[in-house]
Design a protein around this ligand. Structure first.
Ligand code: NCD
Length: 362
């Protein structure tokens, strides 16, 4: 049984195949209208969502399946203190596949450890969001026709933006990628992403505080919302919230074939005046989410072949319980009796990271 916790749980070939299936679904929807007959998707959303939850539900309904679930913590037994582990055991008895969004980083890993059905991470805190990345990749394939030799600018909240973390890890597997990281000092890309997926792989990158200065170099501009809900200080959020606003004037400095992506929701980081620009792809991107999630559900239910030729790099894992995770957004901070587990991620420099949220041990 396979889960999707991190986008790297899928090989490059499997992602290509998912996009192929999603494209075929767009062309021949009636061929797929019954493939999940009598299957149930549970959507466990402990955090707000419009696109992700509704596109998952629309995906399962379009495949002829059924959906159940909750869309806020307060309406589930989490409000009574039920653990993620217990919830996963229960819900996997009521459904065939689970999509979970949770404010705590690593929560879907805990769910997968206890679930008897596939678990999909639909966003865990400020960590990862692999199904948004599938949507992003499908859009890049449609709009650019390729994944290699691209200069990818990521702009806004690179610190807490989980979509950014997953997209960088996915794009780092293609040839000739250059990343341009555009953020205020306080919202720079965290080291668990920058170190592992950019520096260690020797990829080209630069960091900038100014969108205007770098926009002309980009093939893709990935705009993001400043993630208000992850800030400890509201003052700091208000100080940073308008750091970047994409306007027609800034678009005039960009290449004529640059594309603008945004996982949405936008607050005010893209002016509505940009929406009519043919380079603005974010609404088409959101629509793709439904089809790629249909393909993903089919895959995890065993209706699309797994890639046996390209096993994921797992290697031998060295784990210890001698540290305590200091990240207050980590699932270890709330989940009862969850053992602390740290993986040795860099033998040479003796760096250990939390198994759930990847925060470095001190
Ligand atoms: C994103 C998320 O939830 O991380 N939204 C989405 O799933 N499309 C981005 C965001 O909330 O800013």
């Amino acid at each position: 049984m396979r889960h999707l916790i991190n986008i790297l749980d899928l090989s490059v070939r499997e992602i290509d195949r998912l996009i192929e299936v999603a494209d075929d679904i767009i062309k021949h929807p009636s061929d797929y209208g019954d493939v999940c007959h009598s299957k149930i998707l549970a959507t466990l959303f402990y955090e707000p969502s419009t696109r992700t939850r509704l596109s998952f539900e629309s995906a399962m309904l379009s495949l002829g399946g059924e959906v159940l679930g909750f869309s806020e913590q307060s309406s589930s037994s989490a409000a009574k203190g039920e653990s993620v582990a217990d919830t996963a055991v229960m819900v996997s008895g009521y459904s065939d596949i689970i999509a979970m969004r949770h404010p705590k980083e690593g929560a879907p890993i805990v769910a997968a450890m206890h679930s008897s059905v596939p678990v999909i991470n639909a966003g865990d805190g400020g960590h990862y969001h692999p199904t948004q990345t599938l949507t992003d990749l499908m859009t890049i394939r449609h709009e650019m026709g390729r994944f290699d030799n691209l200069t990818v600018g990521l702009c806004g909240d690179l610190r807490f933006g989980r979509t950014v973390h997953s997209l960088i890890s996915a794009m780092s597997r293609y040839m000739g990628i250059k990343f341009v990281l555009i953020s205020p000092e306080e919202l720079r890309l965290p080291y668990f992403v920058k170190g592992k997926y950019i520096i260690d792989k020797g990829l080209e990158y630069c960091e900038s505080k100014s969108l205007e200065e770098v926009i002309g170099e980009l093939d893709i501009l990935y705009m993001t919302r400043i993630q208000k809900e992850r800030f400890v200080s509201e003052d700091e959020y208000f100080r940073l919230k308008d750091s970047y606003i994409l306007t027609p004037e800034k678009m005039a400095l960009a290449k004529s074939d640059m594309i603008v992506l945004h996982p949405l929701p936008r607050v005010n980081e893209i002016s509505v005046a940009v929406d009519d620009d043919p380079r603005a792809c974010y609404f088409r991107q959101a629509r793709n989410g439904r089809y790629i999630r249909m393909a993903l559900i089919m895959k995890l239910l065993g209706l699309i072949e797994n890639d046996i030729n390209e096993p994921q790099e797992q290697g031998e894992e060295i784990i210890t319980d001698r540290f305590t995770c200091r990240n207050s957004r980590c699932i270890t901070s709330t989940e009862q009796e969850l053992p602390q587990q740290f993986k040795l991620t860099d033998k040479e420099n003796n760096i250990w990271r939390c198994r759930y949220c990847e925060t470095r041990a001190e």
